[in-house]
Design a protein around this ligand. Structure first.
Ligand code: MBD
Ligand code: FE
Length: 289
C-alpha cells in the first residue's frame, strides 16, 4: 500500500490507485470469484448486449468523431487515475447487486463499493472502532443481533464495519485519516449480539478532480452519496450479507450517485442522554448456505 504514505497527487489518484490495487487482486470480491472456463455463448450474449447498448447510443444520438475521441480520452483517464473500481461500483454495481439479491433470503443488502479493506483490527463486542483522540463528529452506537433465517442467534457472527469520518474521508483512501481509522471487524457475543461505538459518518462526494466526478458533473448529475455505514455481516455456514445503513433526513437520500440507498436501510438514531451521543438498533438475518 503506497498511496497513503505519499503526498496525494490528487484526491482522485489517492483513492483510485489503492482501489485499483485491491480490485486487481480480487480481494474485494466478497461474493465469489469467477472460476473455470469461459462460456463462449455467455460472452457473446452479455458482451454483445453491452456493445449494442453503446452502438445504439452512438446511432440514436448521431455521435460525432469529436465526441468519440473525447470518449477515448476519458476511458484512458479512468485507467490512468485508477478509477475503474470507483466508476464501476458507482454506476454499475447496483444492478449486479439486484441480481444477487433476487436469490438471497434474510436482511436487505446493497453494494460493497470500492473502499472495503481486508485485515482490519478484530474487536470483541462491545467495541469501539479505532479513532483519533479528538475524532470529530457525533458519537454513535450501533447495536443489534445477528440471527439465522429460522431465528437462531448466531454466536460466531462478525460485523465488518467501515465508514467515512465526519468530513467524508475514508481511511486508506484519503490523506487525512490514519490507517485503520473507523474500520474494524467486531465479533458478536454468544447470543450474536453486537454493540459498536463510533462516530456518525458524513455524506460523501466522489472525487471531483478525476474522470468519474468530471463526467458526473458534465452531465449535471449530483456526485454525492448520502452518509452511510458499510457492513459485511458473516457467520459460519451462512451467506455473508453485504449492506449499508443510511440516516433519516439526509439530503442525498433518494439521489445517491451510486443508486445504492434503500428505504429498508435507513436509521433514525436517537439521543442516549450521554452527551451528544446517539444510538440505533438494527438486527441482521443471515441465510444458511
Ligand atoms: C463510496 O463510499 C461508496 O460506498 C461507493 C459504493 C462508491 C463510491 C464511494
Ligand atoms: Fe462508501
Amino acid at each position: 500500500m503506497t498511496t497513503t504514505e505519499n503526498q496525494p497527487v490528487s484526491d482522485a489518484v489517492t483513492a483510485g490507485a489503492h482501489a485499483t490495487e485491491i480490485a486487481r487482486s480480487g480481494a474485494s470480491n466478497q461474493r465469489g470469484t469467477a472460476s473455470g472456463g469461459v462460456d463462449q455463448q455467455r460472452v457473446a450474449t452479455v458482451v454483445g448486449a453491452a456493445l449494442e447498448g453503446i452502438r445504439a447510443a452512438i446511432r440514436d444520438n448521431e455521435v460525432t468523431y469529436e465526441e468519440f475521441d473525447a470518449f477515448k480520452q476519458w476511458l484512458i483517464a479512468v485507467s490512468d487515475t485508477g478509477e475503474w473500481p470507483l466508476f464501476l461500483d458507482v454506476y454499475l454495481e447496483f444492478e449486479v447487486e439486484k441480481v444477487a439479491a433476487a436469490t438471497q433470503q434474510g436482511s436487505v443488502g446493497t453494494i460493497l463499493g470500492p473502499f472495503w479493506l481486508d485485515g482490519q483490527v478484530q474487536l470483541d463486542s462491545p467495541a469501539t472502532l479505532p479513532m483519533r483522540d479528538d475524532e470529530p463528529g457525533t458519537p454513535m452506537v450501533l447495536a443489534g443481533q445477528v440471527t439465522s433465517t429460522d431465528g437462531t442467534p448466531l454466536a460466531g457472527a462478525t460485523v465488518d464495519i467501515w465508514h467515512t469520518d465526519d468530513e467524508g474521508w475514508y481511511s486508506g483512501f484519503a490523506a487525512t485519516p490514519p490507517a485503520g481509522n473507523l474500520r474494524g471487524v467486531v465479533r458478536c457475543d454468544d447470543q450474536g449480539r453486537f454493540e459498536i461505538h463510533t462516530r456518525k459518518p458524513a455524506p460523501y462526494t466522489i472525487p471531483l478532480d478525476g474522470p468519474t466526478g468530471q463526467m458526473t458533473q458534465a452531465a449535471g448529475w449530483s456526485p454525492w452519496r448520502p452518509a452511510h455505514i458499510h457492513l459485511l455481516v458473516a457467520a459460519p455456514g451462512h451467506r455473508t450479507l453485504t449492506s449499508q445503513l443510511f440516516f433519516t433526513g439526509d439530503p442525498y437520500l433518494g439521489n445517491d450517485v451510486a443508486s445504492a440507498d434503500k428505504p429498508e436501510l435507513t436509521l433514525d438514531p436517537q439521543p442516549t442522554g450521554n452527551g451528544d451521543e446517539v444510538r440505533s438498533d438494527r438486527d441482521f438475518v443471515l441465510e444458511p448456505e
